[in-house]
Ligand binder design. Structure first.
Ligand code: ADP
Ligand code: MG
Length: 304
């Protein structure tokens, strides 16, 4: 089961929230939809799940056009919305039974409800009202309702937001497991989340896709002006202006009066070594920091 987003644009009144967005999500993997707040992640997810129509373009879920086959598509998708809407007065089981009723699960209802309670680790709190649950457990209830009809596709909008570190680890583990069998698209504004859970990442910024690939590929990606981050330390203090003699240095970030981070267009460690000798400086540290996804992200979303 795959998702194909084709040239989707979305306007809210005058404001363009999505600008000719196209991508595909392949089955049996966890794809991260990464972008800062306001990038258009939730809007895209609402369009994929058919809760919002695009202004133009189309979305296919397993070759079915969402616009023309809304009910069919909904049967195949489990959706955890951003503001997970729950009924605080309902007991967990009562709520899940209610949702199961909406999916017409018939005789399977009871087994399915028990199964999702087990899968999402809700047992310890299973007799409580939803309103009495912690944010982490409420999020599990949200995941449980998304899983009830055993959908092949899961759309999870910032599934770990607002959770404490332990809860985050547990929910991520659960998502990873689900990704073995299901097609998962999860949105996040947190880089480490992508590194921890996703097989692939699509980066969205201001309504446009700015990168799309396996995480490893992205790290090797060289957007214009990609920086090589070089950390350099000297025995003596020096003025950062001295580095202006060096070519390929784009930015100098003093850490102390003796240590600096240089953002360079090339790996210029040899030049720095010569530079130190020429200026009679003693190098006490020189390292190229590995580019991680966070740096790539910052690079790609840099203004201007
Ligand atoms: P994200 O989920 O990445 O934070 P959203 O999809 O929620 O981004 O929002 C994308 C842009 O669309 C933002 O600028 C947001 O303010 C705007 N937006 C979202 N929903 C609405 C709405 N219902 N009406 C008007 N503007 C909206
Ligand atoms: Mg959002």
């Amino acid at each position: 089961m795959s998702i194909a987003v084709k040239d989707v644009t979305k306007y809210y009144g005058e404001q363009k929230a999505l600008d000719h967005v196209s991508f595909t999500v392949e089955e049996g993997a966890v794809t991260g939809f990464l972008g800062p707040n306001g990038a258009g992640k939730s809007t895209m997810m609402k369009i994929i799940t058919g809760f919002l129509p695009p202004s133009s373009g189309e979305v296919l879920v397993n070759d079915l056009n969402v616009r023309d086959h809304l009910l069919e598509v909904r049967k195949r998708i489990g959706y955890l919305p951003e503001h997970n809407p729950l009924y605080p007065e309902m007991y967990i089981r009562e709520y899940l039974n209610y949702v199961a009723g909406l999916y017409h699960l018939g005789s399977l209802k009871k087994t399915k409800v028990e199964e999702v309670i087990r899968m999402t680790g809700l047992q310890p709190e299973q007799h409580k009202k939803i309103g009495a649950l912690s944010k982490g457990y409420r999020q599990r209830v949200g995941l449980a309702q998304a899983l009830l009809h055993d959908p092949q596709v899961l759309i999870l909008d910032e599934p770990t937001s607002g959770l404490d570190p332990n809860q985050i680890i547990e929910i991520r583990e659960l998502i990873r497991q689900l990704g073995h069998e299901k097609t998962v698209l999860l949105s996040t504004h947190i880089m480490q989340e992508v590194e921890a859970v996703c097989d692939r990442v699509i980066i969205i910024h201001k309504g446009r896709i700015i990168a799309d690939g396996a995480e490893k590929e992205l790290i090797n990606l060289q957007p214009q002006d990609t920086s090589f981050t070089i950390n350099v330390e000297f025995k003596e203090s020096l003025s950062p202006e001295l580095f202006h003699d060096l070519e390929h240095v784009r930015e100098i970030i003093p850490q102390t009066d003796r240590s600096f981070t240089l953002l360079c267009k090339k790996d210029i460690r040899e030049d720095i070594f010569r530079f130190a000798t020429e200026h009679a400086l003693i190098l006490t540290g020189l390292s190229l920091s590995g580019q991680n996804l966070e740096e790539v992200f910052r690079e790609l979303t840099r203004e201007g």
